[in-house]
Each structure stands twice: as structure tokens, then as C-alpha cells.
Design a protein around this ligand. Structure first.
Ligand SMILES: NC(=O)c1ccc[n+]([C@@H]2O[C@H](COP(=O)([O-])OP(=O)(O)OC[C@H]3O[C@@H](n4cnc5c(N)ncnc54)[C@H](O)[C@@H]3O)[C@@H](O)[C@H]2O)c1
Length: 312
């Protein structure tokens, strides 16, 4: 049986990962400081004999015996990562150092949940892994973007210097049940506003695009990457290349919720990328992975979750 550590395991993606690991028979240690995560997300696993939840901040060292480490701990939405930007950088950088140190000590394989934000506001479209990005080092998003870039650097230096088995996954926008209801991410924002009958906020003219990956597809890619051959480190993009403008997304949400909310426009926040779309050729060839869930089906599941859980 594999002993698997998931940092950030009580968050949106982490809790779905814990579900899948428990399903396949791993012994799972979920570590979280509950900054944006919630015990509710893993409450259904608490009675399981192979599941354990530990409150811990990854910016401090951790000593446990495990075979696999999925390092997901980090607030992921601008509202949360900009609230305490120094802590955000510490979580990414000290967190990576602590988890890599642990992996080295116990000879565990380690996966980093990196992000498409390492590409910044890209001049290349769609973004392949070989593109180095265009990131503002001193802006309000830098605590997250540069923290994640530095974490990637640390992963590759531990790999070169200490021969650690690393996997670096660049996650593109992912959505689904257990997203935080008010963290400003566009899918949850639109759904919550539509269900409450509030105006739907579109930043700028709404022509900026994003691609949206449903959570089950993302977790499938993460598990495949972790179990890929030892010499495959990534970085590898995991996301859904289907590209939608914010206006198209809002119209889909209005249609599927049957809401009569109106669309209102507000100025674009600073450093907001205009386009974001993954090039997933590498994931296809190296991991035999492609996303399967279309936007409409994923939105339906997510809307049902928000309707049931948040009494909107
Ligand atoms: N969801 C996405 O679209 C997306 C996109 C790109 C990258 N990612 C990355 O995936 C990971 C998970 O994101 P998510 O969407 O599930 O976000 P989330 O906020 O739901 O999950 C992050 C989890 O980490 C925990 N955490 C934060 N700081 C911590 C610390 N110092 N110590 C221990 N735990 C801490 C939070 O409490 C939370 O449970 C993050 O690293 C994020 O950067 C997510």
C-alpha cells in the first residue's frame, strides 16, 4: 500500500485527489492549515481507516514517513493570495523547500501543483511548456506567480542536485464542486451570482478568453503524471484547450441556471491576462491524457453542487 501525503488536501483540488487516492487503496495523509480549505471537503473521508487529517502549515518543516507527496498547499485565487502576499510567497517557496527536504529524506517521489500563471500575460498562444513566460516580478500577482516559478526552480534543482524524482504539473483554470463560493474565480463567481439573481460581473469587455478544465479530468492527469516513468519530470500542462470568452461563459451559466441576472461591466484588474489556453501535446503523448468532460456537463455538475450546498 502506498503512503501518500497530500498538502492542501482539504482544498478544492486536494479533496478530490484524496477521494481518488482512497478509492484506489492508498494510505492518505491530508495536511492543511485550513486557510482556504475546509474540513467539510474531506468530512466524508474521516471515518475511513486509511485517511488521516493533520492541521499543519507547510511553511514549517514536516517529518512523516511517506512514498508519494502531492504538494498542492497554496491559496489559488487572487482574493486569497493577495490578502497576505508575504505568506503566499512563503507557502510556495518555504513550502517547496520543506516538502522537497522531506522527499529527499524519505526518498519519496514528489509532484508540484504549479500553474499556468508561470506564463504570465503570454505573447505565445497557446502556451507550450517550452515558453518561458512574461511575468511582472513586482506586481500584485507576483507573490503567487513568482512564488510558483521559484518553487519550480527548487524542484528542478533538487532533481539535478539530489536526484529526487520530481513531477511538475502546470495546472490551467479548473472548476467543479467544492470550489470556494466567493473567492472571485470566474466560474464560481458567475454561478453564485446567477443563482442569487445578482448582476453578473464581467471585467473589461468580456472578450478575454480562458480555458476551463473539469476537476475529474484534472485529477486524472495528476495521477497519471505521478505514476509516469521516473525520467519524466515535466513540466507538463494539464488543462482543457477549449477556449471561451467571459461573455460566452456568462451566457452558458445564465442558460443552465435559468437565471435572469443582468451582465454588468467593471474595469479589468491589473496584470489580468487577456488570453490563456494550454498546449496539451506533451500531456497527450507522454501521459496519454486528454480532457473528457465538456464545459456544459461540467457546469451542470458545479451548478448542482452550489445549489445543494450553499442554499443560494
Ligand atoms: N484550481 C485551479 O484552477 C488551479 C490552477 C492552477 C494551479 N492551481 C494550484 O493547485 C493547488 C490547489 O488549488 P485549489 O484550487 O484546490 O485551491 P484551494 O485554495 O482550494 O486549495 C489550497 C489548499 O491549500 C491550503 N493551504 C494554503 N496555504 C497553506 C499552508 N501554508 N500550509 C498548509 N496548507 C495550506 C488551503 O487551506 C487549501 O486547502 C494550488 O497550489 C494552486 O496554486 C489550481
Amino acid at each position: 500500500m502506498k503512503r501518500t501525503l497530500v498538502t492542501g488536501g482539504a482544498g478544492f483540488l486536494g479533496s478530490h485527489l484524496c477521494d481518488r487516492l482512497i478509492e484506489r487503496g492508498d494510505d492518505v495523509l491530508c495536511v492543511d492549515n485550513f486557510y482556504t480549505g475546509n474540513k467539510r471537503n474531506v468530512a466524508h473521508l474521516m471515518a475511513h481507516s486509511h485517511f488521516e487529517l493533520m492541521r499543519h502549515d507547510v511553511s514549517f518543516p514536516l517529518y512523516v514517513e511517506v512514498d508519494r507527496i502531492y504538494n498542492l498547499a497554496c491559496p489559488a485565487s487572487p482574493v486569497h493570495y493577495q490578502f497576505d502576499p508575504v505568506q503566499t510567497t512563503k507557502t510556495s517557496v518555504h513550502g517547496a523547500i520543506n516538502m522537497l527536504g522531506l522527499a529527499k529524506r524519505v526518498k519519496a517521489r514528489i509532484l508540484q501543483a504549479s500553474t499556468s500563471e508561470v506564463y504570465g500575460d503570454p505573447e505565445v498562444h497557446p502556451q507550450p511548456e517550452g515558453y518561458w513566460g512574461r511575468v511582472n516580478p513586482i506586481g500584485i500577482r507576483s507573490c503567487y506567480d513568482e512564488g510558483k516559478r521559484c518553487a519550480e526552480t527548487l524542484f528542478f534543482d533538487y532533481h539535478r542536485q539530489h536526484r529526487l524524482e520530481i513531477k511538475v504539473m502546470r495546472i490551467f483554470n479548473t472548476y467543479g464542486p467544492r470550489m470556494h463560493p466567493n473567492d472571485g474565480r470566474v466560474v464560481s463567481n458567475f454561478i453564485v451570482q446567477a443563482l442569487k439573481g445578482q448582476d453578473i460581473t464581467i471585467y473589461g469587455d468580456g472578450q478575454q478568453t480562458r480555458s476551463f478544465c473539469y476537476v475529474s479530468d484534472l485529477i486524472d492527469g495528476m495521477l497519471r503524471l505521478m505514476e509516469s516513468p521516473a525520467d519524466f519530470t515535466g513540466p507538463v500542462n494539464i488543462g482543457n484547450p477549449g477556449e471561451f470568452t467571459m461573455l460566452e461563459l456568462a451566457e452558458n451559466v445564465l442558460r443552465l441556471t435559468g437565471s435572469r441576472s443582468k451582465l454588468i461591466h467593471q474595469p479589468l484588474p491589473s496584470d489580468d491576462p487577456k488570453q490563456r489556453q494550454p498546449d496539451i501535446q506533451l500531456a497527450k503523448s507522454a501521459l496519454d491524457w486528454t480532457p473528457k468532460v465538456c464545459l456544459e456537463d461540467g457546469l451542470r455538475e458545479t451548478i448542482t453542487y452550489f445549489e445543494k450546498t450553499h442554499q443560494l
